[in-house]
Design a binder for this molecule. Structure first.
Ligand code: ATP
Length: 333
């Protein structure tokens, strides 16, 4: 079987982008009998991005409830919270000791953070933490701990996957621990949704359409999606439209063809938004009701997470012991 792994950072409320880009495809994958899936809540990643304890805590419940509400079967997959598996942090340190600083210097995300700080007149060396700098190492630990073969990612994460392979390769050469070299899988049909401000929809940018906001709010959020100034009757370019991008993520083939024609015929933006709301709401209303119920039952959600942690540690604990022995931290194997 192929092992796949996906994480969501607990840095805010899950949004349409997380659903379309990660949760929906992951749940489809998990039904494939040839796949053994690991899905986790990346809470130690969250503190890289936000220092608001309330936000991290609320997000943890929201992210967990979202996975469950979307139909994740926790008997089929291993579903856990990163911080419940202390071996991941332990492995992260080990990997840090095998990773050249120069490799991290080259990370696009790190370089982008440096550039952004310089542009704002900040001292990047003060503003950027070691957590942000070395986060590809934590990501490598997440992946290598469970010997994942495939990691579905957005294009921006491909480089980090190459780094994880690099680090695994070094470990294998030096200590013969037998890490699986993970591969990035970039979903060609999976869209990266834009947020309400035109940047990538992202929890940390506060530009999102929350996945399970109440129906009337969802309608309002969809009405806020940016459109250009074209009038009704003027042909509109579907391939340059956030509205159409979201439509595609929820529609079947014939609905996609239909909306493409409507765009070419110059459908009014208001009408397109109304139809988009109806399509999205139809798919989300069942899961939304389950989500609302789960949010009122944190004890149940917690019990699922504890169950997942036990399952994950059945692998992580003996695996980490092997790594310790390979390094001489424990009697040599
Ligand atoms: P943060 O701002 O904390 O990074 P995020 O909302 O950008 O949060 P992550 O938690 O880092 O998202 O990513 C979880 C998953 O959701 C990843 O698989 C990522 O590719 C996917 N994802 C995130 N944003 C989008 C988006 N705008 N469109 C499609 N997929 C997305």
């Amino acid at each position: 079987t192929i092992r796949t792994l996906t994480g969501i950072t607990t840095s805010g409320t899950p949004h349409l982008g997380n659903y379309v880009g990660a949760i929906k495809p992951a749940i489809q994958d998990s039904l494939n009998p040839g796949i053994s899936a690991y899905y986790f809540m990346a809470d130690y990643h969250a503190i890289i991005k936000t220092r608001d304890p309330q936000r991290v805590h609320e997000s943890s419940l929201q992210v967990a409830a979202t996975w469950l509400a979307c139909g994740l079967d926790t008997d089929r997959v291993t579903f856990y919270r990163q911080s419940d598996i202390p071996e991941i942090m332990e492995l992260c340190w080990v990997l840090n000791c095998m990773t050249a600083k120069g490799l991290m210097n080259r990370a696009h995300a790190y370089k982008a953070a440096v550039d952004a700080n310089v542009a704002e007149g900040n001292d990047a060396d003060q503003a950027i933490t070691m957590g942000l700098f070395s986060y590809p190492v934590l990501m490598a630990a997440d992946i290598l701990m469970f010997n994942a073969h495939k990691v579905p990612v957005g294009r921006d994460q491909v480089q980090h996957l190459e780094m994880a392979r690099d680090i695994a390769d070094r470990m294998n050469h030096h200590y013969k621990v037998g890490f699986t070299l993970p591969e990035a899988v970039v979903g060609e049909n999976v869209a990266v949704l834009q947020g309400l401000d035109g940047r990538k929809m992202s929890k940390s940018y506060d530009n999102t359409i929350p996945l399970f906001e109440p129906e009337n709010k969802l309608r309002k959020s969809i009405n806020k999606i940016k459109t250009n100034l074209l009038e009704p009757g003027e042909p509109k370019d579907p391939d340059d439209s956030t509205l159409f991008q979201i439509w595609k993520a929820f529609a079947d083939e014939s609905q996609i063809d239909y909306m493409r024609r409507e765009f070419e015929n110059g459908i009014a933006w208001g009408e397109a938004k109304k139809q988009l709301f109806e399509l999205v709401n139809e798919e989300l209303k069942g899961p939304r009701a389950r989500y609302e119920a789960l949010m009122k039952d944190p004890g149940y959600v917690e019990a699922e997470l504890i169950k997942g942690a036990v399952k994950a540690r059945e692998q992580a604990t003996p695996f980490m012991e092997r790594v310790r022995r390979a390094m001489g931290i424990r009697p040599l194997a």
